[in-house]
Design a protein around this ligand. Structure first.
Ligand code: GAL
Length: 350
């Protein structure tokens, strides 16, 4: 088990002291209250996933900020499940044994949350699932289960909008001038909500925008750059310059497609239009360089902040009222389209 400790310790926590806290109007009646030292356990399906690792970096930063702001020590422990659900189940057990006040789970297998839910309920430890969405019925199984993520279908629609706009405005996009956008799709993991929904909505949106499409092929590359390069190389071998559009379910796979084009020594003027999703640092760089026509920003800052605020309130027994939970359980952040002209806004401000 790989355990990446990101422990934030303040002087207050180290001492575990009692502190006089001035409550309610700060009058004469100072009430002695124990300073809370909260512990948040986080387990990710794969620490090498670019988007997830950047989201966790943000989470750690926000935890540190919150600690400074609140004066409550926030100890965050991040575990890598390394693509094994049974490893992840054991990690959650360890977190609960270690006294975590709340656990944040990026499920390996989004159809297998039962063991984790049962352990959490038995020990009364709330769970925030994130990024890999479990089915609604599972989230209904206990009232202290939450989900933080994004509106998956929006990302597909926006990716399709970018592709359709390029086809309509850039005469070179239709390489063979047949009026049809010949495309391939690089898909994330089979069964992942984002992969299914992004593929479906990106293509249907291009068609809705009045652009005729022809699917040449698709390949599953599991969100992974190297796998996408391999799959793209194979498809280049088969279809060559017939490929006019690469719809990648995420930026890492779009970058894998670019790696394949470079490895095949195809000059950029002859590249297909490539669109991704996420707006990771490397993805934004490729949009800036015009290697990718655009990406769709998956708001890792918003998601990390929502997770941290929710975890903090749950761990300190605070109010969830300010958190805008849908159905009392969901926080879903919106996506945003990013083209070359918008990219600085994301690289500088985020
Ligand atoms: C998606 C993201 C992918 C990958 C995946 C992992 O939301 O776009 O890049 O991180 O989550 O579950």
């Amino acid at each position: 088990m790989t355990c990446i400790r990101a422990a934030f310790k303040s002087a207050l926590a180290a001492c575990g002291f009692l502190l006089c806290v001035c409550l309610g109007g700060c009058g004469k009646n100072n009430i002695e209250e124990e300073v809370k030292n909260i512990k948040i356990g986080v387990t990710v399906y794969d620490q090498y996933d670019t988007f997830v690792s950047q989201l966790i970096d943000r989470f750690n930063i926000y935890a540190s900020d919150k600690e400074a702001e609140s004066g409550i020590a926030i100890n965050v422990e991040v575990y890598n499940a390394a693509d094994s659900q049974s490893t992840q189940n054991s990690q959650v057990e360890t977190m609960i044994d270690d006294g975590c006040d709340v656990v944040c789970v990026n499920l390996v297998d989004r159809t297998e949350p039962t063991t984790i839910i049962d352990m959490a309920e038995k020990n009364d430890v709330p769970v925030i699932f994130f990024n890999r969405e479990l089915v609604g019925e599972d989230l209904e199984r206990w009232d202290k289960l939450y989900y933080v993520g994004a509106k998956a279908f929006e990302s597909g629609i926006m990716e399709g909008e970018i592709a359709a706009e390029v086809f309509k405005t850039d005469a070179d996009a239709d390489r063979n001038k047949d009026g049809i956008f010949q495309y391939i799709v690089l898909e994330g993991e089979a069964g992942h909500q984002d992969a299914i929904v992004r593929t479906e909505y990106s293509v249907s949106t291009i068609v809705d925008k009045g652009v005729e499409v022809e699917k040449l092929n698709y390949a599953i590359a599991n969100w992974n750059r190297a796998q996408a390069q391999t799959k793209m190389s194979q498809m280049l071998g088969e279809y060559g310059d017939k490929i006019e559009l690469v719809l990648a379910n995420n930026d890492d796979m779009a970058l894998g497609a670019i790696d394949a084009l470079k490895a095949a020594e195809i000059i950029p003027e002859k590249w297909p239009v490539i669109v991704g999703i996420d707006g990771t640092d490397v993805g934004l760089e490729a949009v800036k360089n015009k290697e990718m026509a655009g990406t769709v920003y998956n708001d890792k800052e918003g998601q990390a902040k929502a997770m941290l605020e929710l975890a903090y309130e749950l761990a300190t027994g605070g109010s969830l009222n300010g958190l805008e939970l849908e159905d009392g359980k969901y926080i879903r952040l919106p996506y945003e389209k990013v083209r070359a002209e918008d990219v600085d806004e994301y690289t500088h401000n985020k």
